[in-house]
Ligand binder design. Structure first.
Ligand SMILES: [Zn+2]
Length: 400
């Protein structure tokens, strides 16, 4: 199944077919062609890195290498199962990082420079990469220790505890990420421009939301691309605007962005996304538990053997690949809902359309991707679909 999807993805990456002629209303032929080329490079890298990752992990799961690595880990762990499990994880983690490094470096550094999107030096890229890797190692390392410990403590029900732990973690991370982790990578300062502050207040009032802080993030130290997001939970939140957005877009386009992010909040998308995530996470842990019971000769007592970890990684690699059309369908629906709510909030569909055109132009987006690719991997509808949906929103006379 994953192989079939991967082949279809490859086919439509290599032979994307014609572009919807409606794209010519908004974009030049050169812009459309550039968007196609850039997307093609990104898609090939994504597919290649996925294939290599699956290949490496499957080699450990199916061949004798996994068993041998587990023996080494057990020996080095001096018979302590948690230490052995952690060492096996560490070896696999390093291996996956190593095979993935060329793809990361190429797609987020060289390709971005080639297309003029990156403003980062190679040293800066490495600093980010190492910071991110260290954070990943600490968090997943702690997760792995908990996993092996739980399999020993609750041999039949550990999956339930794993699901519960991850559910709590998802919620907590939502709170903590913007406060603790985001500042490791960027600087956040209050927006000075009084016009922006007034605009945000006015929109928030109309949407009946209370915005705690309006912050600007120094995104320009890495990229020329623009974005914005809301962070926090509950009644009060902060909005974060990329400095590139404020620099490169007109004030009514910035307003359209802010209204879109407020719409996500107002329509409860973050909450709904978290709930779906928690449910899916329970289902996946149960499925994994059953799969491990069926395929491995597991001990009746004590933690699972170290090589189990390779199967866990393979399981999550494949399920997240196969599950992406489902999560993306949900995500695209939320994006369309947010777009139309935002237009009602600003009463300015022209600015929203102009924003889509400029965002696509400045990021060299594939305006009208092959339908299979959009269905499979797009978290947002393509530019052309978004413009069509914005234009279809019924307009009241005058602004509220
Ligand atoms: Zn959105």
């Amino acid at each position: 199944m994953a192989g079939l999807f991967a082949l279809l993805y490859l086919y439509f990456t290599l032979f994307p077919g014609p572009v919807d002629p409606a794209a010519q209303q908004y974009f030049s032929a050169a812009e459309i062609a550039a968007g196609r080329r850039y997307a093609q490079a990104k898609r090939l890298i994504f597919l290649a890195s996925f294939a290599v990752e699956v290949g490496v992990v499957a080699w450990l799961v199916l061949g004798p290498a996994g068993g041998r690595l587990a023996q080494v880990a057990t020996r080095l762990g001096k018979g302590r199962p948690l230490a052995a499990g952690f060492l096996f994880f560490l070896a696999l983690w390093l291996l996956l990082r190593a095979v993935n490094l060329p793809f990361s470096l190429y797609s987020s550094y060289f390709l971005e420079h080639q297309w003029g999107f990156s403003t980062e030096s190679l040293a800066g890229w490495w600093a980010d990469y190492l910071k991110g890797a260290a954070l990943d190692l600490v968090l997943s390392g702690a997760g792995v220790l908990l996993f092996f410990w739980a399999t020993g403590r609750w041999p039949q029900t550990w999956w339930l505890y794993a699901g519960t732990f991850l559910a709590v973690w998802l919620v907590v991370a939502n709170y903590l990420w913007p406060v603790l982790v985001a500042p490791l990578f960027n600087r956040f300062t209050p927006v000075r421009d009084p016009e922006i502050v007034i605009m945000v207040k006015r929109l928030a009032e109309r949407a009946d939301l209370s915005v705690d802080k309006v912050l600007v993030m120094d995104a320009s130290r890495r990229t020329t691309k623009a974005n914005a997001y809301f962070a926090g939970l509950g009644r009060t939140r902060r909005i974060v605007l990329y400095d590139t957005l404020l620099r490169d877009y007109s004030s009514d386009e910035v307003e359209a962005v802010v209204a879109h992010e407020m719409a996500h909040w107002k329509l409860g998308h973050v909450r709904r996304g978290t709930i779906y995530g928690i449910l899916a996470n329970f289902a996946l842990w149960l499925l994994l538990f059953l799969l491990l019971r069926l395929t491995l000769d597991l001990p009746r007592r004590g933690p699972y053997p170290p090589e189990t970890w390779a199967l866990v990684v393979l399981f999550f690699l494949l399920t997240s690949f196969l599950g992406s059309p489902i999560t993306n369908v949900i995500s695209r629906r939320m994006e369309t809902a947010a777009d139309s709510y935002a237009v009602k909030l600003t009463g300015d569909p022209q600015a929203a359309v102009r924003l889509q055109v400029n965002l696509a132009r400045r990021a060299s987006a594939d305006i009208s991707p092959p339908p299979f690719i959009e269905w499979f991997s797009y978290t947002h509808p393509s530019t052309l679909r978004r413009i069509e949906a914005i234009r279809a929103v019924p307009q009241k006379e005058g602004r509220p």
